[in-house]
Design a protein around this ligand. Structure first.
Ligand code: GLC
Length: 442
């Protein structure tokens, strides 16, 4: 086996190879654009080798922020034609969208404040750039983003942000969302396509199908439903207040809210560092969010679960989201203990190469189907952070070692089988490489 140094050099090489000039993309070919949480995860790893460049990644992402505060989940590469994307999203027509670049109209896990704070620590240590100046630059934008989330996306005023599209979770085909998608009526054109037996033909036009076995990805039928949701939101220019009363899907996502709660805390630390004051109303949202997490605890299953806003019921299909409250640092030690028991159950999450995105006993589990079973490096990274926060150092160490070994054996894949550690999805995937670097530095 190669020495760790060689793997670190290879990881650096992956990031260099995915550098498009504008930004470091998730994987050349398959993912040439910029994605919100990918950029944050890339910056978290890249800071150890080029902190100034990591700061630039965050800066580029924030330069695509909408005037209303939203940070879009995708920024489209100016080097691509984007003919389909501009028609699908239609954001050029929305008054709040940036003029200089095409973006999507929805958001993604809000990791930016967390990445910015970690990066600031590195900048300060390495004395490369003025950490204060960096934080002062990003702070107003981060504040506007968090304010937008609570202003636009908290329909019940309980501090829990609701999502309107599965792509906003970052876990595109996570089973509980797929159940909701499957219940939506198909638009007439989709029914026609399927009656004419053309769904498969459309699948041939999918970029991911050219590069990856289609059995690993969301079905074309579901992808069309997801696209149709975008079509509906586009008509309201993604204005949640306009969409709200008839949004076909609205979920208080446990995964997203856990990441947001942690980011709120990091934003408060940033404000303290630069002597800024978070407005009282925003601060009260942050507190409500932490209390709101309690609402997502389901007594019947004794686990945290996402909540369907329209139906007002917990979504009980178990996924890795139920482990995520650990990462917030906002739950009690007793609740953390329950999560550890769930995590360490080897019939569910503690598989040979943990942690599967869907537990291995689930009817939905498929070791190579994207977010429906495979182990992902970013979710392992969140869980390791959470384990450390609650003093489970041994488990953190074990998971860190397993994660690093898995990458060393298989390569910098997008996701991995939790059963035999084999790599799936695209190879040379940026956040796998970046987090390999970060985990080696912690
Ligand atoms: C896939 C993932 C999403 C990620 C994107 C780019 O769509 O599901 O989380 O941001 O790829 O890597």
């Amino acid at each position: 086996m190669k020495a760790v140094d060689e793997h670190l050099l290879a990881a650096e090489g992956v990031l260099r190879a995915n550098d498009t000039g504008e930004w470091i993309c998730p994987a050349r070919g398959l993912y040439p654009h910029q994605w919100l949480w990918d950029t944050c995860l890339i910056a978290i790893g890249l800071r150890h080798i080029n902190a100034a460049r990591a700061a630039r990644e965050i800066g580029t992402l924030l330069s695509a922020q909408w005037d209303n505060g939203m940070v879009p989940h995708m920024v489209f590469s100016p080097h691509q034609r984007n003919w389909f994307a501009s028609r699908l999203w239609g954001t050029q027509r929305c008054a709040d969208s940036p003029r200089h670049i095409l973006t999507s109209g929805i958001t993604q896990p809000p990791l930016i404040a967390t990445a910015a704070l970690k990066l600031a620590d590195t900048l300060a240590r390495a004395e490369i750039a003025d950490e204060q100046q960096f934080l002062e630059g990003v702070y107003p934008k981060l504040l506007a983003y968090h304010q937008w989330l609570y202003r636009q996306r908290d329909p019940e005023g309980d501090g829990l942000v609701a999502l309107i599209h599965p792509w906003e979770t970052g876990m595109d085909n996570t089973p509980d969302w797929m159940e909701l998608l499957d219940r939506l009526p198909r638009p007439w054109w989709q029914v026609l396509i399927s009656r004419l037996g053309l769904t498969h033909l459309l699948g041939l036009a999918r970029r991911d199908h050219w590069m990856i076995d289609s059995a690993e990805r969301m079905s074309t039928d579901r992808a069309l439903v997801a696209a149709n949701l975008i079509h509906r939101y586009r008509q309201q220019c993604y204005d949640y207040e306009a969409i709200y009363s008839h949004a076909p899907i609205e979920v208080e996502s446990l995964f997203f809210n856990a990441i947001l709660i942690r980011a709120n805390r990091d934003l408060e630390t940033i404000a303290n560092r630069i002597g800024a004051k978070i407005p009282n109303q925003t601060r009260s949202y942050f507190r409500r969010a932490e209390q709101g997490l309690d609402k997502l605890y389901d007594e019947r299953t004794r686990a945290y679960q996402a909540r369907n806003v329209a139906g007002k019921y917990p979504m009980r299909t178990l996924s890795i989201s139920s482990i995520m409250p650990l990462y917030t640092g906002a739950i009690s030690d007793a609740r953390a203990r329950e999560i550890i028991d769930l995590l360490r159950d080897d019939t569910k999450f503690w598989s040979r190469w943990p942690v599967p995105s869907v537990p291995i006993h689930s009817a939905y589990f498929d070791q190579k189907l994207y977010w429906s079973g495979p182990t992902w490096i970013n979710t392992n990274w969140f869980i390791i952070e959470g384990l450390k926060l609650y003093g489970y150092d041994q488990e953190a160490k074990y998971l860190r070692t397993k994660t690093l070994r898995m990458i060393e054996q298989a390569g910098f894949y997008e996701y991995f089988s939790p059963l035999d550690g084999k790599g799936y999805g695209i190879d040379n995937f940026s956040w796998t490489a970046a987090l390999y670097i970060d985990l080696n530095n912690n």
